[in-house]
Design a protein around this ligand. Structure first.
Ligand code: ZN
Length: 287
């Protein structure tokens, strides 16, 4: 019994360190490119970051890992822009793989860090207090001061560009989906950058004392995502929207490669199904 317990502890410790390291794709460079209009992909193969250039400076979405920051900076410069022009820093949600580099980005650029209200306490505590990873030190990061607290529906305006912050909670309490309108060749497109619709391994959806309303929040998130008009489907990880499959098409056909309203609807429906089956499983086990 003791030996079994010992191996279990070891296994959990291993899982914890694996989790903190994440997938090898997280740190693998990816060619930066212009997705559409003033929206550029500047992330790695596994962690999506976006640069949105405006007449008043630039917006960066997702600082990613601390070690991602030099990669993101290189991508920005390869595109011919200056990292110093980043005036506003946004994130998809308060998990280390999207926000651990924020302190460094702020230090390097002086950008204003804007975060959805319910994610702010964790960001300012460096990941401590997270309902799932609060006891996993490998997921902690430098506590980072938030300069503007966002609320559902808030607009982030810079120069000639405006993004809307949609609260899409569940994956984190303040998980945020960003939308904006982009014009290209006289056509206007709705861009959606999905925060995360995923139920991670170890998430408790029933009787979760640390997040009692978690299941209701997931329901709300799916309602919101289904209500958003979407032409250009993007998200916090390239895997959500098929970055690696679409990028070769982009090389041939340009922006049309990322116009994918049906792919968006299919992805959300599939993720909702996954949430529902996990919820029924947990409800059954709780009886
Ligand atoms: Zn996450």
């Amino acid at each position: 019994m003791t030996r079994l317990f010992g191996s279990l502890v070891l296994l959990l410790a291993f899982a914890g360190s694996l989790l903190a390291q994440g997938s090898p794709a997280w740190t693998e460079p990816f060619p930066p490119f212009r997705v559409i209009g003033n929206v550029y992909y500047v992330g790695s193969r596994g962690l999506a970051s976006y640069l949105i250039t405006t007449s008043g400076g630039d917006i960066l979405i997702n600082s990613s890992l601390e070690s991602s920051v030099p990669l993101v900076r290189e991508s920005v410069e390869k595109l011919g822009f200056h990292f110093n022009d980043v005036k506003v820093l946004l994130i998809s949600h308060a998990h280390w793989d999207h926000c651990a580099g924020s302190a460094l980005v702020k230090q390097l650029t002086g950008a204003n860090y804007m975060v959805m209200d319910a994610d702010v306490p964790e960001i300012e505590a460096g990941g401590q207090g997270n309902f799932r990873y609060g006891d996993t030190p490998g997921t902690f990061y430098k506590p980072t001061k938030v300069d503007r607290v966002l609320h559902d529906g808030d607009e982030v305006k810079l120069g000639d560009t405006m993004l809307v912050a949609h609260l899409t909670p569940g994956h984190t309490k303040g998980c945020t989906t960003w939308t904006m309108k982009v014009t290209e060749d006289g056509k206007t497109y709705d861009v959606v950058i999905v925060g995360s619709p995923n139920v991670n391994p170890g998430y408790t959806l029933v009787n979760n004392a640390a997040y009692p309303q978690i299941a209701d929040d997931y329901e709300r998130m799916f309602r919101v995502l289904k209500s958003l008009p979407c032409d250009i489907f993007l998200g916090a990880h390239g895997g959500y929207f098929g970055l690696e499959e679409k990028y070769p098409l982009w090389k041939e056909h340009g922006v049309e490669a990322f116009v994918d309203p049906d792919g968006y609807k299919k992805y959300i429906a599939e993720r909702e199904q996954a949430f529902r089956s996990e919820l029924s499983k947990q409800k059954l086990a709780a009886k």
